[in-house]
Design a protein around this ligand. Sequence first.
Ligand SMILES: Cc1ncc(COP(=O)(O)O)c(C=O)c1O
Length: 439
Amino acid sequence: MNLPVVEKAPLASLSAAGLLSRYTVPNYGRLALVPERGQGTWLWDETGRQFLDFGGGVAVTSLGHCPPAITQALAEQGSKLIHCSNWYQIRGQGELGQFITETVMDHPGKSLFCNSGAEANEALIKLARKFGHATPLADGTPRTHILTFNNSFHGRTYAGISATGQEKVKIGFAPLLPGFTHLPYNDLDAVQAALTPETVAILLEAVQGEGGVNIATPEFLRGLSKICQDHNILLLMDEVQAGLGRCGHWCGWKPITPEITPDAVSWAKGIGGGFPIGAAWIKQRPITTTPGDPDLCDLLGPGTHGTTYGGSPLACAVALAVLKEIKASRLCEHSATTGQEIIATVSAWHHPLIRTIRGLGLLIGFELDPTVMARRTTWKEADGLASIHLVKALMAEGLLTVAAGPLVVRWLPPLNVTPEEVQTAMTIFQRVLNQQLNH
Ligand SMILES: Cc1ncc(COP(=O)(O)O)c(C=O)c1O
């Protein structure tokens, strides 16, 4: 039998792109930038070129690159204890859970830790299934149906892509996890019509990030909350992108409906500021009126769920440092006011290429007008997505942003972005938009 031959190339002879294409799976369409180091809102590439980073690793670097809060926590905890098993009493998990319950949620409940947003949503979905088994139909059939929404994004695991309301993430992966129905966002009538006795949970983002920065209306969120209460259905909030200050509040839904407390919430991205950690919080509330039944927050008992790396001493120390810094420097408030200023300034340009601007805090989407783009710029539909076209043009001028769907360019700067950095970003943005207008 002939064994395949691995051709060995000296490492230094290959560019980053060459190394990636030769040795890594091509599961990302990557831009031509090789990041080497970062500080605050700035990123430098291998050639020493400087970029203003308003993409933030897609809503991850909530305190900017390599902030002292994180590097200190990494150094201190990293020299004490990096990892130990969840068979032991990890104090940092308790402390992080306490911060989440008392400060972020301000409501009794308990947290569970994992490593990513998809995993945090897995926890919510498994919680919903467990709840549906604990509160079955009269004939004993468990309730298993979950309602989610078009244009949502909930991660790349099987439950994540099954829950996600975008066909493109599912192509070639059938059969998916059954039991999900996708409905139009902000359409309460559609939710009412889709309810069945088997409906056990509603999962949504208060602001859909990947789907184009779509914001839930107060009527929609209030209506969902009432439906959930009336039918003993869990309200599950995916805050992986929108949470922890990103939308100008600890909780992304609170600027819209401060009175709501979901039954469970998922986080990742900004909670670690770049260090991988995800979390799910579960409300303390009875699941039935039967005495002795566990509370919702105790339903995932020993042996039901977990992950080796979840909530390591190092991950918890970093996340706690990030959250404490957000609180101490009042970054939720800063995010709210800075976001409002950006939207007000860019709106006042009345730029012909921008159709609408949507945003809460520092999760801002600029929706391009494809008709004007096709008529007045070099972009043509056949060239690819209009959003990516502009993201590349902005990168060429030193501003990093992220596309959200075909038409939206997203800004996700760190929560501590300075007024000067915002001004620089707006100057580049306006210049690039004007450069595009060649007719
Ligand atoms: C709202 C939302 N949920 C879940 C995820 C998945 O998170 P992760 O990539 O950490 O698995 C994302 C990622 O973009 C997201 O935006």
